[in-house]
Structure formats: C-alpha cells, structure tokens
Design a binder for this molecule. Structure first.
Ligand code: SF4
Length: 298
C-alpha cells in the first residue's frame, strides 16, 4: 500500500481514522435490521480513536498528535471508517468531508461505505471535488466499498442487504467519474469453500479498482455471528494462521499486480474477540504470506 501511495504523493502518508457517527441503514431498518452478522462497529476503531469522541477537527487533532510522536508524515488522509460514511443528506456529508479537508496537512479522504448507499448528488460532489470534473491539484479520494463476498447466497446468509451486482455497479460508477475505488473482502464467511473464496479474486480482478483489503472472518462479541457460533461451533470453519496465509497467497496470485493490497488481516481488540485468537501482528502475518509466495513453495 505504501508503494501505491508513493505513486500519488511525494512522501509518507498517514491515515487517521474518524468516527463521524453516521449510523448504518442495515441497522436502523432503512435497508435491514440487526446489521451484518459479524459486525460490531466498536471493534473497528483504533485505540486513539476510542479516546477521541469529538468533532472531525478534534479527532484529527488527536490522530495527528498520536502519529506525529511516531514518525513525521508528508500528509494525512482522513479515514471515515466506522459505520456507513455516505449515509446522510449530501449537504451534511459535504460539511463533514470539507471540515476534514480544511484540517492542516490533510491531503485527501478515504470514505468507507456500502455500495447501495451513495446518492446521485453525492456522486456529483465526488466528481466535481475529486474526480473528472475537479479543479487541478484537487484532494485525493478513495472510496472503500464493502463487497465482502461475490456470492449472493453468502451476502444473504450474512444479512448484508445488497447483492454483488450492486457492488459492481457502484464501483463502475465511481471509476467512471474519476474516483479511486478500494474493496473490502472477508475470507471465511459461513458456507464458503476455498474455491468460492478464490472465485472472489477472479471476479474482482475484472473490476476497475485500485486497492483491496482482505480480512479473516472473526467472531466478535455481541454480534449475531457470535450467538450462532456459540450454538454450533461448526457454523463457520475458522482458519489457522497458516491456512489463512496460504489462501491469501493464492488470492494474490490471481489478482493483477496493479491492485494494491491495503492489508491482509484485521486486528480486533482481544477483549472483544471470541475467535480465532492468533496473536500475530500484521507485519508478521505479511511475512508468512511472503513465505508462501516464495518460488520453492509454489
Ligand atoms: S458492516 Fe457496515 S453495513 Fe454491515 S452492519 Fe456494520 S456498519 Fe452496517
């Protein structure tokens, strides 16, 4: 991902997670209730964001203070991460995004959302502010679309509330207006075989995306999935780290080299995680994947 950012910016870029408290249409009844079966949004936020509950500006101040102790950055991307970050009136969304863009050092946004929740008026704003119709030297925007699976049967099983075709349509529209797109996929969802998981890579490789995030399925406390898992431990087949590293390596082999991997694993705070408990740092896991990709292991 650092290599991908280096093609856009001349120095180190740090993402700062923002919680804009925009809610989710798959929880409030607009699209569904109960949310996706694996979702507990409290697990999304990094430690510094848990402490930062204020305005967008306050959260950016806290994030910059936290990261600048570690390493100087060329610029920051305000990462609208929790819940559905395009779920509000366009005017309100523009106000939030522009507040972030006005913060010193912020060079762009990453907006995580569902594919069925980007209005036409918001697409117009994206095109004019960040895309084909934007002024020169406009800020950067990456819209991160939660695809999760390319199998509609799985999407129904996890109560996702949209189809894969819906995700394809949103991705194509964003690409056509000149906005970079990232996708999020979960490996290990209930009912999915290894072949089905790798078929996600084949289908996604045909889409006009710039980045991808892979996550292993995790059973997180206070989710419908946790209740199903407690009733029946065989409801999902959880990976060992080695099994997961191998499937990630196979996934990488299928995707074209111009799609950047943002991350391979998610790190839920141990206090919220039921299983699998790997205790492996992301950089260590990356080393395991690299080991699987070495020619002698082919
Ligand atoms: S994963 Fe996203 S869409 Fe699903 S319930 Fe959570 S916030 Fe809503």
């Amino acid at each position: 991902m650092a290599d991908y950012m280096a093609t856009i910016f001349p120095g180190k870029i740090q993402k700062i997670a923002i919680n804009a408290n925009l809610g989710c249409p798959n929880r409030d009844g607009t699209i569904g209730t109960g949310g996706c079966i694996y979702c507990n949004n409290a697990s999304f936020n990094p430690a510094y964001a848990h402490k930062s509950k204020g305005s967008i500006t306050k959260q950016l101040e806290d994030g910059v203070a936290f990261f600048s102790k570690k390493q100087a950055a060329y610029g920051y991307l305000a990462y609208f991460q929790s819940y559905t970050n395009t779920y509000a009136d366009t005017e309100k969304l523009i106000e939030l995004y522009e507040e972030a863009l006005a913060f010193p050092g912020v060079v762009g946004l990453v907006v995580a959302t569902r594919p069925d929740c980007i209005s036409n008026t918001l697409m117009e704003y994206f095109a004019k502010r960040f895309g084909n119709l934007a002024e020169e030297n406009h800020p950067y925007l990456l819209v991160e679309i939660g695809v999760e699976s390319t199998c509609n049967e799985t999407l129904e099983r996890i109560n996702r509330g949209h189809t894969y075709e819906c995700a394809v349509s949103a991705i194509n529209t964003l690409y056509n207006i000149g906005v970079s797109v990232g996708v999020h996929i979960i490996l290990g969802l209930p009912g999915e075989s290894r072949e089905m998981m790798l078929s996600h890579a084949t289908k996604i490789s045909k889409l006009p995306i710039s980045t991808i995030k892979l996550h292993q399925l995790q059973i997180i406390k206070n989710t419908p999935l946790a209740a199903l898992y407690m009733q029946d431990r065989n409801f999902v087949q959880l990976f060992t780290p080695e099994e997961y590293a191998h499937i990630v390596a196979d996934f990488i082999r299928i995707l074209p080299g111009n799609i950047a991997f943002d991350r391979f694993v998610s790190e839920t705070p141990p206090s919220m995680l039921i299983a699998p408990s790997w205790g492996i740092k992301p950089y260590k896991f990356t080393e395991m994947v690299e080991g699987c990709l070495k020619p002698e292991k082919l």
